[in-house]
Design a protein around this ligand. Structure first.
Ligand code: ZN
Length: 148
């Protein structure tokens, strides 16, 4: 059964909070991952962070068209290069703008089994990883948007 959350919009204080680390994987965290994936797909987004559904926890889902990636407590552990490209956010409808990001990032996180995984992304995946991990620190892409 599909469960779709309502997406919180800019102006809601939860988007500016520092999200809490997940101390351990519980059935609630697994349900959160499933429902976040449903919500992201329903909204036709490429990524979603838990604060965007009002839950201030370090949980992210991403799908840039290469399959679902689930990340718990993700951290950027390495980055290189620079790339400027357009970005948007499900929490900021109707706004798009250029943001400078690292061209390549390496991220360490837990998967849904609590196993530590490392993901390396370039292009859209690198951008989505940085955008979603920013959400966990209360940072929105409009904070970094380049002036036209
Ligand atoms: Zn966003």
């Amino acid at each position: 059964m599909m469960a779709v959350y309502q997406i919180v919009k800019i102006g809601d204080p939860v988007l500016r909070e520092k999200a809490k680390k997940v101390p351990k994987i519980t059935p609630n965290i697994l349900k959160l991952l499933d429902n976040m994936a449903d919500t992201m797909r329903d909204a036709e987004g490429v990524g979603l962070a838990a604060p965007q559904i009002g839950i201030s926890k370090c949980v992210v889902v991403i799908d840039v068209g290469e399959g679902l990636i689930e990340l718990i407590n993700p951290e950027i552990i390495a980055q290189e290069g620079e790339e400027i490209d357009a970005e948007g956010c499900l929490s900021i409808p109707g706004v798009q703008g250029d943001v400078k990001r690292a061209a390549k990032v390496q991220v360490r996180a837990w998967d849904r089994n609590g196993k530590t995984i490392t993901i390396t992304g370039t292009g859209l995946l690198a951008r989505a990883l940085q955008h979603e991990i920013d959400h966990l620190s209360g940072i929105l892409f409009v904070d970094k948007m380049l002036q036209a």
